[in-house]
Design a protein around this ligand. Structure first.
Ligand code: AMP
Length: 191
């Protein structure tokens, strides 16, 4: 089973690549942002979640962790490997995910860190904002999302470097090139 974490700044291309890779390798794509946005439009916690997302800050851990574990459990019951996209985003989420793997006798295959300059990432998000309909793809919220990334999410690079699970990929080239480079890395993992 292949279980991956897609990691990177907002706008690095995590969602796009996670979707392509999940199709190619038959993995379940679990995007915390996507799951939260679905909950925002239809769930009873919608208004509360929106208040965090629109500020560009993290939604509280107990909520996100429970949602992601529920989704992951359902996928693993079907014997499908998983791509976590946008999760974990802070130390508590990472530790909780590690415990979850242990308790369920599963293994994290790798963390794929998509690297891109902040300038390029911001350009991409603001371009996407013209069509995405996402209320958080605007200049003010984007700046806050980067601040949140630097303060809470980026330290996870050290956390995963310690376990030697992290692979860094240049996210700057076009979608096809990045996809090919990620595929090459995945093809080297033992089946
Ligand atoms: P994304 O689609 O990954 O860019 O996430 C959009 C927004 O959803 C973030 O700015 C956060 O407010 C929220 N969010 C997504 N993933 C998480 C997470 N793992 N923990 C807390 N909040 C999250």
């Amino acid at each position: 089973m292949t279980n991956l974490i897609f990691f990177g700044t907002p706008g690095a291309g995590k969602g796009t690549q996670a979707e392509l890779i999940s199709q190619k390798y038959n993995l379940t794509h679990l995007s915390s942002g996507h799951i939260l946005r679905q909950e925002m439009t239809s769930g009873e916690l919608g208004a509360e979640i929106k208040s965090y997302v629109d500020k560009g800050v993290l939604v509280p851990n107990e909520l996100v962790i429970a949602m992601m574990e529920k989704a992951a459990k359902a996928s693993w019951m079907n014997n499908q490997g998983v791509i976590f996209d946008g999760y974990p985003r802070n130390l508590e989420q990472a530790e909780s995910l590690e415990n979850f793997f242990k308790t369920n006798n599963l293994e994290l295959t790798a963390v794929l860190n998509l690297e891109i300059s902040e300038e390029e990432a911001k350009k991409r998000i603001l371009l996407r904002g013209q069509n995405s309909g996402r209320s958080d793809d605007n200049p003010e919220t984007v700046s806050e999302r980067f601040k949140t990334y630097h303060e809470q999410t980026k330290p996870l690079i050290d956390y995963y470097t310690a376990s030697e699970k992290i692979k860094t990929i240049d996210g700057a080239p076009d979608i096809e090139t990045v996809f090919k480079n990620i595929s090459q890395i995945i093809d080297q993992f033992p089946k």
